[in-house]
Design a protein around this ligand. Structure first.
Ligand SMILES: Nc1ncnc2c1ncn2[C@@H]1O[C@H](COP(=O)(O)OP(=O)(O)OP(=O)(O)O)[C@@H](O)[C@H]1O
Ligand SMILES: [Mg+2]
Length: 469
């Protein structure tokens, strides 16, 4: 970052990330957005992020009481925030003669200016939120005066070294282009039927992450999920082969699977794909490494029960923090939000193996478009970070014609392991084989695969068989 500028947090981690550190200290920013897009809520975050700093909320619309209640509902501690209330009171209505800031006369700007100056000389707030600047239009006689007023006002605040965030009411009817020109940066909030987005349209003196980033408003305020750009992430890691813990399986894989690569385990329903993925995690837990499973289809409890029955101690692994099993509710997540979840695991928990069960489940669970593209990005991100990725892929044909994956994702795979059923002497058996291995050679024969109460069993090469795939 440029050493001449000092950045201050917006109070929202994801917004700071998009702004490459935060807002530039002592400048003024416009927060533009339609009704209910989350402007005031961002103001709460901004004003309360540093309890050692004094901050001020200037309101022209919502009453202070209402603001305080809304802030309290979302859990914001507003003790360091002083409120300057220019919202219309009920007397304005009952005593129609009363002069108020909303009477459109330039004379009315005087009490406003005096009140601001009195407060700021006394308290010297470092963060100021103005909600909304559009209201100054009503106390200035024309656009020219409005611009001069806003400009002078912001200059005055910035000379006090305050960082200012101000909102505008922006929809198709009321343009806020003059405010956009006057500010040092513009952050825009939008809302569609299925998501809210935030984007930085202008940011003088700094770069920012481009694009529209998805955010959510929940019980604790706003959470932003910056778009994932896999190429911007990398991490040093040892390019080593990791063992499955089953000697015959390692033999089939010529050592195991590599760190920082994508492994697709493909096969029909019930053949043991998840269990095979879990086997690598069991082995990783033995090395003290953490793994995570995102399950999109199977219920968490069922998965735990099933694994315990085949000697994979999932409960113990979870207790010790070596495994986390996360069930993803269908259509609750956008791909960017899911990516954010994965990033937290990788960057904060140092997770080494991540399994998505399954890729079609992922595809069905995520809201939005171009899901395969998003799956691709998240996989690229993980391998750049040295994570071993296991993608479970279900194929619909139980037996017979072989199909690697139905989603067109096999190109993602560094290693492609498949499980099949085959019929032998009237019985249904399972076989395992490798279809592709990018980094090393691999065995091109099939082996018998069995799931037992003692664990997974891989047999010797099935040399006598032909026509299984
Ligand atoms: N606990 C919550 N969970 C989910 N959404 C919430 C929660 N609390 C508030 N919201 C949402 O926050 C939005 C209001 O946020 P906010 O008041 O910050 O918007 P605004 O842009 O300031 O709106 P206005 O233009 O009316 O001033 C609403 O759309 C509401 O649905
Ligand atoms: Mg508001």
């Amino acid at each position: 970052m440029n050493e001449h500028i000092q950045k201050v947090s917006t109070g929202i981690e994801g917004v700071d990330e998009i702004l490459y550190g935060g807002l530039i200290c002592g400048r003024s920013y416009l927060l533009s957005g339609g009704p209910g897009t989350g402007k005031t809520t961002i103001g709460f975050h901004f004003l309360t992020t540093n309890e050692k700093e004094k901050s001020a909320f200037i309101t022209f619309g919502e009453s202070v009481n209402q603001l305080k209640t809304n802030a309290a509902i979302l859990g914001f501690e507003m003790a360091n925030v002083s409120f300057l209330d220019f919202s219309p009171t009920s007397e304005f209505f009952t005593q129609s003669q009363s002069y108020d800031i909303f009477s459109s006369s330039s004379v009315e700007s005087e009490p406003f200016i005096q009140k601001i100056m009195a407060e700021f000389q006394k308290n010297k707030p470092q963060r100021i939120f103005i909600d909304s600047m559009t209201h100054l239009k009503y106390i200035t006689p024309d656009t020219h005066q409005f611009r001069k007023m806003v400009y002078g006002f912001l200059r005055y605040l910035n000379e006090l070294k305050a960082t200012v965030l101000f909102t505008s009411e922006n929809d198709t009817k009321t343009e806020d282009s003059d405010l956009r020109f006057l500010s040092d940066g513009v952050i825009e909030l939008e809302r569609t039927h299925f998501e809210r987005t935030i984007s930085v349209l202008k940011f003088r003196g700094s770069d920012s992450k481009s694009g529209k980033h998805v955010f959510k408003i929940g019980d604790n305020g706003i959470e932003v999920f910056p778009k994932l750009v896999p190429a911007t992430y990398s991490r040093e890691f040892k390019k080593e082969t990791i063992s499955s813990g089953i000697p015959d399986l390692d033999e089939l894989l010529h050592g195991g699977i590599e760190r920082g690569c994508v492994n697709i385990i493909t096969g029909p329903t019930g053949v043991g794909k998840t269990s095979l993925g879990l086997q690598f995690m069991k082995e990783a837990a033995g090395r003290g490494e953490r793994s995570v499973i995102y399950t999109f289809e199977e219920a968490k409890n069922l998965l735990i029960e099933r694994s315990e029955n085949i000697n994979i101690p999932v409960r113990k692994m979870m207790e010790k923090g070596y495994l986390s099993l996360i069930q993803i509710e269908p259509t609750k997540y956008s791909p960017d939000e899911f990516a954010y979840l994965v990033r937290k695991e990788v960057e904060e928990q140092d997770t080494k193996i991540i399994m998505l069960d399954s890729s079609s489940g992922y595809k069905l669970s995520m809201k939005g478009e171009d899901i395969v593209y998003h799956l691709h990005s998240i996989c690229k991100y993980m391998i750049n970070m040295g994570v071993t990725v296991i993608l479970i892929n279900e194929v619909t044909n139980i037996i017979g014609d072989f199909l690697a994956t139905g989603l067109g994702i096999s190109y993602l795979a560094d290693n492609l392991i498949f499980l099949r059923y085959y019929e032998y002497k009237g019985g249904l058996n399972k076989a395992i084989g490798v279809l592709k291995k990018r980094l090393t050679s691999f065995e091109k024969t099939l082996r018998e695969f069995e799931i037992t109460g003692y664990g997974l069993k891989v047999g010797k090469p099935l040399l006598d068989f032909r026509g299984i795939i």
